[in-house]
Design a protein around this ligand. Sequence first.
Ligand SMILES: Nc1ncnc2c1ncn2[C@@H]1O[C@H](COP(=O)(O)OP(=O)(O)O)[C@@H](O)[C@H]1O
Ligand SMILES: [Mg+2]
Length: 420
Amino acid sequence: MNEEDFFGLEREQKIRKSGVRSIYTPHQPIHSIKLFFGREALVKRLIEQINTPGQHALLYGDRGVGKSSLANVTAHLLLKNLIKGKLYTKRCDSQDSFETILAEPLKEVGIDLRVASETKSHKEGGSAGVQIPVIATGSITSYNENTFRLRSPGHRLSPSYAAEALKDLEGLIVIDESDAIRTAGDKRRLSEFIKLLSDGDCKLKVLMVGIAQTAEDLMEAHQSVQRCLKETKLERMSDNELRLIIEGGANKLKLLFQPDVVDAIIRMSWGYPHFTHLLALKCAEDAIAEGRQEITHANLQVAVRRAVEDAEETLRRTYADATRSSGTDMYRQILCGAASIEKEEFTAKELRNAVSKITQRKVQQTELNNYFQRLVSEKGATILKRITKGVYRFNDPRIPSFIRIANHQVWASASKPTEQ
Ligand SMILES: Nc1ncnc2c1ncn2[C@@H]1O[C@H](COP(=O)(O)OP(=O)(O)O)[C@@H](O)[C@H]1O
Ligand SMILES: [Mg+2]
């Protein structure tokens, strides 16, 4: 070992050579069908919808359930087998508008939707760039950059102008992270555009993807577009599908996760493929670095600690803020109880029973109430949300999985959550 190996370079070299970080990818959606597991029926359904004239598709669900991966694989299969033309993928952020979403396909038909930057000076000093879209059809010299006006068809891109311009284009537009589109006006124009594409029997297809509890949350003017925009809500993955992710990756890497390790990873992930990838990755990295093939329960215990450190900062902070206390362990125990209930919404009684199991003594409601002020609110930043009187859920649906991982001693070795 050379002196630079204080920095873990040898380990990183082995990990790099193995390709493990391209197989277990907790921080990236799947792009290759070879690494995509389960969900065959959903892929089939989306393909059927998008391959039907006049129909487009909307895919929504919680963060981290696998929406982008499903959209990527579906788009890839459609383009390879059924749809002519190009794939236009747009990942939206809060700066995107109807214009920027359609900029690329419009460019394809010769409409250059350029974004001019206007710099506004502020009294306090400094300047802020404000981006305003400008349509320039025809020659570049024919638009005046300083007016920031749309030459055609008026001041903003209208849905009918866009649909008309794109009516002969073939291809698929995937609009991912569409929950980030901020204004209702942009969402409404998008709905109207999809409806116009559908009415005009255009070959251009749209797959909208976003985080939402209901389709209405994602689409303005939802009623009018409903007929042509087929909705799919993506739920968590089943235990069997998570098993396929772990074992499929292990086969490629020639590693062997012992059966109880696979079960523990599935239990901790609780339907979220992100956590399955994260835990499997940490286990596999250690095995590769140490030249082992097998991953045992003891190896998992070590890997889990690194998984907690590597988890998303918001999850770690939410959990740390909720449980921080010098005097009592009850906040943590209450959350462990809540995370052990295998339901998205649970009653006060279910919570009491779950916490009693964790603490191994009977816990009364009056005792729980002492801690609720920090943990529960109707809306806002607490870890738990009160839905109606005596009914609760976690604000961020990924938190129960994180709690299971952070308290891995409870979940890693036993199927029933009892503190050891
Ligand atoms: N069908 C699948 N097979 C294997 N891994 C998946 C699958 N779906 C999602 N994943 C993994 O789960 C994590 C979250 O997926 P992603 O598609 O980014 O979710 P979302 O878009 O809903 O936030 C990523 O690590 C991704 O690699
Ligand atoms: Mg996504």
